[in-house]
Design a protein around this ligand. Structure first.
Ligand code: PEP
Ligand code: MN
Length: 329
């Protein structure tokens, strides 16, 4: 149940008796109980202006609570709400060198892409492969922001660098493998920066959105969901992009949704077509991996697009976005 507090004071002394979380959003002072609650305790009633009965612990993210879609604005970039924007986030899987990330930043500038995305702390499946440049990568990304006026997004892998990433990036990415890391989720709940939460590849939609509830209930309203493919019996593609799941989220959840066809497909050849399919669904954003020389990439080499392929994808996706009433920015 979600309870909106009125302006009377005194509720602070009462709530310690109950399993209630106090959530302060920009325009609302809320208490959230487990969704199993069906009645407001009588000693709290005088403090409650409005209440919403919820049927699962998808609560703050639910359209039952907030119909429509939350708007997220950072500088001159807005997604969700009435913005009509589909945002492109692109860059290499990993920051590898100043020359490489500069080339990607210049590609963004050339096309008018506003958000440069690259990993510095890589959550690799093997400890023997490239693990990312760490803080050196974050410094290079920050340099790209200063030099080119781009917004940057990079991933938190674990608690050793979580605070540094939150401080130095514009958008915070929580990767598929960290979706269940409650330390990271709670820390991101204390920030006001937009958080892009990727779906764990073995997670149900319920688990995915409940992970987002940890960030929302911490007081951060700026959460974006990212579908990046789930694991199925199929092995010909790296993962299976769950577009049915996207339809579910668009129908029931009030958070913007960004799609990542690069990680889902795992191969460059499918990415343009999948991007068009995602854009046709009126999604709020796209993540596409690009690299100046994909064959030499230190991670995810098979799925990264070379710059000409990216230019081609971008032009194509812009047209599809326009056809469904969105603008690719
Ligand atoms: C990434 O975005 O580079 C990444 C590692 O993706 P995921 O967390 O979806 O596997
Ligand atoms: Mn990658």
């Amino acid at each position: 149940m979600i309870l909106q507090l009125n302006t009377k004071s005194g509720w602070e002394d009462i709530i310690s008796q109950y399993p209630l979380i106090h959530v302060k959003f920009s325009d609302a002072n809320l208490l959230v109980s487990p969704s199993s609650w069906k009645e407001i305790p009588t000693n709290l009633e005088p403090y409650i202006a409005q209440s919403w009965y919820m049927d699962s612990d998808i609560q703050l993210a639910s359209k039952k609570f907030l119909p429509g879609k939350r708007k997220i604005t950072l500088g001159d970039v807005s997604i969700g709400g009435d913005s009509g924007n589909t945002i492109m986030m692109t860059g290499p899987c990993s920051v590898e060198s100043e020359i490489q990330i500069t080339a990607c930043a210049e590609l963004c500038v050339e096309l008018g892409v506003k958000v440069l995305r690259a990993g510095c702390f890589k959550p690799r499946t093997s400890p023997y492969t490239f693990q990312g440049l760490g803080m050196d990568g974050l410094i290079l990304l920050s340099r790209m922001r200063e030099k080119y006026g781009l917004q940057i997004i990079t991933e938190i892998r674990d608690s050793t660098h979580a605070e540094a990433v939150i401080e130095h990036t514009d958008w915070i990415q929580i990767g598929a493998k960290a979706m269940y890391d409650h330390g990271i989720l709670r820390l991101c709940g204390k920030s006001k920066k937009p958080v892009l939460l990727k779906r764990g590849f073995g997670s149900t939609l319920q688990e995915f959105v409940q992970a987002a509830e940890f960030i929302l209930s911490g007081g951060n309203e700026n959460v974006v969901l990212c579908e990046r493919g789930i694991r199925t019996f199929e092995t010909k593609s790296r993962f299976t992009l769950d577009l049915c799941g996207v339809a579910y989220l668009q129908e029931h959840v009030n958070l913007p949704v960004i799609l990542d066809p690069s990680h889902a497909m795992g191969y460059a050849y499918g990415v343009k077509g999948l991007t068009a399919a995602c854009a046709a669904m009126g999604v709020d954003g796209l993540i596409i991996e690009t690299h100046p020389d994909p064959a030499k990439a230190k991670s995810d080499a098979s799925q990264q697009l070379d710059f000409d392929a990216f230019r081609n994808l971008y032009t194509h996706a812009s047209k599809v976005c326009k056809a469904v009433g969105y603008q690719l920015i």
